[in-house]
Design a protein around this ligand. Sequence first.
Ligand SMILES: Nc1ncnc2c1ncn2[C@@H]1O[C@H](COP(=O)(O)OP(=O)(O)OP(=O)(O)O)[C@@H](O)[C@H]1O
Ligand SMILES: [Mg+2]
Length: 222
Amino acid sequence: MIITGLEADGFKNLDSVKIFPDKRLNIFCGENAQGKTNLIEAIWLCSGCKSFRGTKDKDFVAFEREIAQLSLEFEDRRRKQDISVAMQKLSARDKNIFLNGVKQKLLSRLFGNLKCVIFTPADLELSKGSPENRRSFLDLCISQIKPAYRKVIEKYEALVFQRNSLLKNISSGISKENELEVWDEQLSRIGSYISVLRYNFTKKLNTYSKKLYKSISGKRRA
Ligand SMILES: Nc1ncnc2c1ncn2[C@@H]1O[C@H](COP(=O)(O)OP(=O)(O)OP(=O)(O)O)[C@@H](O)[C@H]1O
Ligand SMILES: [Mg+2]
């Protein structure tokens, strides 16, 4: 999958920017604060994800502007597609989003179309940080390949939340211990499905990373 064109206007400090990336490799160089990361953030947004640097919706729109507009064209072996996102400073949450000319209610509906992978210095936490980081990384990757997986994760999180509330109620004597069973049964069913998908994805990742590691380490083992 390659991006063939990106236009950004009024998006942070990107003012009438038009780029036509190379098919293979693109390197953006420039002064500090020139907008390199903003450009990557614009692309990332079109993948249907929240900002990787925690930008709030209203802060996407340039200081002196009312509207931010992004349009992006991309293609894979099967077809060409286009995405456009427009947002107003005063109601940045209600974005005008189109995928191939079809209006989408939410940014997350774009998920799974433009498949992106981001690696930022914060991602070093993936190896250094807590397992929670690794789980959410795996979940993000799997949902790009299998968009329905996102709903499964949301369901799992809701179940954990409900079970935790029940545990509190049990300890304060409002609920009975046998009420846990219904939540445990659902949690173990959905939880094992999630584990299997994470396991399979990790296995695939290992196959690729072994080859990559060999190519950069002069065949020495980790
Ligand atoms: N809403 C906004 N309107 C206008 N400019 C903005 C807005 N939000 C951020 N900026 C500007 O974007 C610039 C930062 O851009 P960005 O982080 O993309 O820079 P960069 O080229 O990646 O720099 P570095 O080399 O330091 O990483 C800053 O000048 C900041 O003032
Ligand atoms: Mg930067």
